[in-house]
Every structure is written in structure tokens, then in C-alpha cells.
Design a protein around this ligand. Structure first.
Ligand code: B12
Ligand code: SF4
Length: 467
């Protein structure tokens, strides 16, 4: 048995602080292989100084240290605050090396997007790309047997499938902390995404095929979260919750059957979804839907390879409206095919999205190994040797970014629930947090009468009466 310290480096709190689910799953996988783990969260630690990393390293004396890196930057070309999250990584690794000699292994979604560069930047000893449950265990076994594994371990040709999935080893202190800070914990019901949107890194992190957990297993874990940790609000972190085959409905049905009584939110793809399906999801606790609309007219949707039309976005919005499910659309302006005309068209189209919140990003963060990176290279927007570690944004050569931004800003001026630049939305959410509200928070802006907490009174719903 070895001792492994797992460190989550994510200290970003915008739009909400996010429970470090990656290390909870890695901890479960290591435990299954007979190892002892300790989870250390840098965000929690920033506020609760009683447990310094140095002291934990000395007391726990790990044989291996695992570092989880979630974000590279905040993908916002208009950010005015510090928005690159890797600057402290090298320091962290050298601090650990100063205190202990355990090999340092790095992983996580950000790492998986640019493994070579982040390994070099951090000076960690090894890196694991993609899901780490099986590969990290194998790497540790190899190191214990004095084998000489490669510095970067790439995902297995055969990824984890349904029976391999584990229950996350949620940490009690961290669950309490995140319930207090953001009012929710997260759970992943499936991995992968078969859709081929041309800017998206998700299939690179999790693979190109949905790999789903058994609904019974999902709901068992949710009930455990509720019983053991008193969690009543969740975010399903799946790339796309509504898979085209409709397996997500089985989870909802089972949540109702097993009387799960939890509120939850998730990412949805605006594909044909019946009102009856949304009613089922709502009955199962869906309180807010985040919609990956991305393009606001057919030309830009095509440019992003979304494979749906603006009428699908409208129909999904309408179905959410009819079922009183608050929904938020996320759009990116400036993608391939954007022109002054498509900007005008898109802004007009967005006006039709009644009873919804809209967040707009200007330009698209170019990530390596995506199709948009190839387009950007071909169009001379980025240099072919650009590592993309520092953010570069795709903006269609057919538009002037300044004029585009000004046009969006003018269209959204003083409009309720329309957020541009993204920091405007963040400020609004932070203001709500200051008043003690918790959850995604944008859903509260909509003021949908039927949208109230069905199952319990959260601190936020009580406080809302005080304001
Ligand atoms: C769900 C999600 C959100 C939700 C989270 C809700 C919630 N309560 O959890 C919301 C909408 C809030 C959100 C916000 C943001 N997100 Co986000 N999000 C995701 C998403 C889809 C899933 C992340 C997740 O939870 N996965 C499930 C867990 C279990 O997987 P995992 O952490 O990857 O862990 C596995 C492996 O990585 C590995 N692993 C993890 N740690 C370690 C450690 C070691 C040692 C090893 C060996 C392996 C290992 O093994 C784990 C198990 O297999 C990813 C995309 C994706 N598909 O990964 C983007 C993603 C992580 N987000 C991203 C970004 C940028 C953001 C924001 C900054 C966007 C913004 N401007 O608001 C914010 C930051 C929020 C914050 N406070 O950190 C980027 C990060 C990379 C980048 N480009 O910088 C991603 C990758 C998407 C992208 N654009 O490419 N996000
Ligand atoms: S944007 Fe969404 S639907 Fe498209 S590939 Fe990425 S995760 Fe899949």
C-alpha cells in the first residue's frame, strides 16, 4: 500500500466555486487498489489556513503526490482581471519538491488539453492524460516495481466502460465547504461526446463516444450523497446531459421512482426534446438548464459545426418556457463565418429567446488539436508553432472585433438577463452571492413564478423574502 496526496489546484470561484470531483474519483480508484489517499483542496485551504500544504506533506508523508489541474484560463477575451490560472503551478511543484521526494504526477482536464506544455511548465515528474482511474494506478504500480514508464501516459485504447465506473470518494469537509459556498455538489453520469463542434476540447478529454453509467448506479450515488452528506442540489457535469438515445430519461425516471428529491442542473444540447420529456426532468428535480447554443444564426452554427439550426434553439427555449424551466444560452460571437450581417441577424434572433438568460463570449479560445485551431492556422490567425498555452482567440477575419463588441454591448444595454461582456454576468452573480443566495443564480434573474424550490427551503429561498 502506498500513500498518495491528491491536490486540487483550482482556486477559481467564477461563476461559482466547483467541487473538485476529479480527485474524488481518483481517490476512489486508488482506494480500490489498496492505497491510502488524502485530498487537499487549494481553494478550501486559502480560506482555512489551519491545514497548510507543508504540514500535510510532512505529516502524511506521501509516497506519491497527484496534482489536478482543471482550468488553463477563463476563455474570456474581454477579461479585465487575472484570468490565466497556470502561473502558480511551477511554484507549487517546486514547493512540494522542497519538502518531500515523492514523485509528482499531474492530471486533470486542463492538463489533458495540453499535456506536453503543462508538464514542461510545471516541472512535475509524470503526467496522465484523460481519465486517470486506471492509468494512475498502473503508473504507480510501474513506479513501485522500478519500471521506467514514459513521462506522459496517454489514455488507454480501451477506455473505461459502464461496469468500471466508481462512486466518487467525496470528502466530508469539502462537501460542507462547497455546499456552503456554491450550494451544490457535482456528479458525472457519463463521459465523452460524439458531436464534432469544431472548437470543442471535450471529446479530446473524455473521448468521442458516450460512455454511460448504469442509471441504478447513478441514483444509488445520488441517494448516498443525500443521506451521507445532506446534499440537496447537484450539477451533472456531463458534456451533454440529453443524449440523443434518451438514456438520460431513465435516470430521471429512477430519481422519481426512488424518491431522490434533489434539485439539479445540467448542460443540454438544443435538439428535439418533447415538452413531456422536460416535464419528466422537472418532476425529477431539474431546476435550471444550461444550453450549449453557441451560434445565434444558421451561418455561424454551421461555421461551428453544431449540426442544428437556430429554429432548434428556439424550439428548445420554447419547451423550457412552457414547462417553466429556467434556461441560459451561451453564445460565442466571432466564429468561422461571422460577418457584420450575421452579427445583426444573431442579435435579432436572440431577441426571440423569451424568458431566458443569455451569456455572450466574444471570440473563441483556440485550443490545440481542435478543428478551429487548424482553421486559425490556415487563416493566419495564429502561428503554426503557437503552443496556445497563453490564450489566443479565433475572430473571423470578416469582422472587426471592436465593432462587433460595441454592437453586442449596445444591443444588450440595460436588458435584463442579457450578459455581455461575461464579467457583467459574473458581477451580477457575485452580488447575489453576497446576499447569501446559492446555486447557479442566473435562474433567479428570470423570476419565473412557477420556478420555486419544490422540495426544501434553501438559505437563498428564505433570504429572498428579506430583500
Ligand atoms: C461541468 C463543467 C463546468 C461547470 C461545473 C459545475 C459544477 N458544479 O461542477 C461550470 C458551468 C460551472 C463550469 C465553469 C467553468 N469552466 Co468548465 N467544464 C465543465 C466540464 C464539462 C466537466 C468538468 C468535470 O467536472 N468533469 C468530471 C470530472 C470527474 O472529470 P475531471 O475533473 O476531468 O477528472 C478526470 C480526469 O481529468 C483525471 N484527473 C483529474 N484530476 C486528476 C489528477 C491526477 C493526479 C490524475 C492522474 C488524473 C486526474 O481523472 C478524472 C477521473 O477520470 C469540463 C469539460 C470536460 N469535459 O472536461 C469544462 C472545463 C473543465 N471548464 C473549463 C472552463 C474554462 C471553465 C470556466 C473558467 C469557464 C468560465 N469562463 O466561466 C469556469 C470555471 C469554474 C471554476 N470555478 O473553476 C475548461 C477548462 C480548460 C480551459 N480551457 O481552461 C473545460 C475543460 C472546458 C473547455 N472549455 O475546454 N464548468
Ligand atoms: S460543444 Fe458540446 S456537443 Fe459540441 S462537441 Fe463539445 S461537448 Fe459535444
Amino acid at each position: 500500500m502506498s500513500k498518495i496526496l491528491l491536490i486540487s489546484t483550482n482556486t477559481c470561484t467564477s461563476p461559482i466555486p466547483v467541487y473538485p470531483l476529479g480527485i474524488a474519483l481518483i481517490a476512489a480508484a486508488l482506494k480500490k487498489n489498496g492505497h491510502a489517499t488524502r485530498q487537499f483542496d487549494l481553494l478550501y485551504n486559502q480560506e482555512n489556513k489551519n491545514d497548510s500544504l507543508g504540514r500535510v506533506l510532512l505529516e502524511f508523508a506521501p509516497d506519491f503526490v497527484g496534482i489536478s489541474v482543471r482550468n488553463i484560463d477563463n476563455v474570456d477575451s474581454m477579461a479585465t482581471k487575472e484570468s490565466w490560472y497556470l502561473s502558480h503551478l511551477k511554484n507549487l511543484v517546486s514547493q512540494i519538491k522542497g519538502v518531500c521526494q515523492a514523485p509528482i504526477i499531474i492530471g486533470g482536464p486542463a492538463f489533458s488539453i495540453m499535456p506536453e506544455n503543462i508538464l514542461e511548465l510545471s516541472n512535475a515528474d509524470f503526467g496522465v492524460v484523460g481519465e486517470g482511474e486506471i492509468t494512475l494506478n498502473r503508473l504507480i504500480d510501474d513506479l513501485l516495481k522500478n519500471k521506467k514508464p514514459p513521462r506522459i501516459i496517454y489514455p488507454d485504447k480501451i477506455p473505461m466502460e459502464t461496469p468500471d465506473f466508481l462512486s466518487p470518494q467525496y470528502d466530508n469537509t469539502l462537501v460542507n465547504y462547497y455546499m456552503d459556498k456554491s450550494g451544490m455538489i457535482n456528479y458525472q453520469t457519463k463521459r465523452g461526446c460524439p458531436h464534432g463542434c469544431n472548437y470543442c476540447s471535450y471529446p479530446l478529454i473524455e473521448g468521442h463516444k458516450f460512455r454511460k453509467q448504469d442509471p441504478e448506479f447513478v441514483v444509488e450515488n445520488l441517494i448516498r450523497l443525500k443521506k451521507q452528506f445532506n446534499v440537496n442540489k447537484l450539477f451533472f457535469t456531463d458534456s451533454v446531459f440529453n443524449d440523443p438515445r434518451g438514456d438520460y430519461l431513465k435516470i430521471a425516471e429512477l430519481m422519481i421512482k426512488k424518491n431522490c428529491k434533489m434539485e439539479w442542473a445540467a448542460y443540454f444540447r438544443p435538439q428535439k426534446t418533447q415538452k413531456s420529456e422536460l416535464e419528466l426532468l422537472k418532476a425529477a428535480g431539474l431546476y435550471a438548464a444550461e444550453i450549449g447554443s453557441d451560434g445565434a444564426c444558421d451561418t455561424t452554427l454551421k461555421g461551428l459545426n453544431k449540426n442544428f439550426l437556430f429554429e432548434d434553439i428556439l424550439a428548445f427555449n420554447e419547451a423550457c418556457h412552457k414547462t417553466a424551466i429556467p434556461c441560459a444560452h451561451f453564445f460565442m460571437f466571432g466564429g468561422p463565418g461571422e460577418t457584420p450581417d450575421t452579427i445583426t441577424q444573431s442579435l435579432k434572433n436572440i431577441e426571440h429567446l423569451k424568458k431566458s438568460v443569455v451569456f455572450i463570449f466574444s471570440g473563441i479560445r483556440i485550443l490545440p488539436r481542435t478543428r478551429i485551431a487548424a482553421i486559425a492556422k490556415a487563416q493566419g490567425i495564429i502561428d503554426k508553432n503557437d503552443s496556445l498555452l497563453q490564450p489566443s482567440y479565433y475572430v473571423s477575419p470578416l469582422v472587426d472585433k471592436k465593432i462587433m463588441d460595441a454592437k453586442i454591448q449596445a444591443a444588450f444595454h440595460r436588458q435584463r438577463g442579457r450578459f455581455f461582456p461575461p464579467e457583467k454576468g459574473e458581477m451580477r452573480m457575485k452580488a447575489l452571492q453576497i446576499f447569501g443566495f446559492k446555486g447557479l443564480l442566473w435562474d433567479m434573474i428570470l423570476n419565473i413564478p412557477e420556478h420555486k424550490s419544490k422540495y426544501f427551503h434553501t438559505e437563498s429561498s428564505c433570504k429572498s423574502q428579506e430583500i
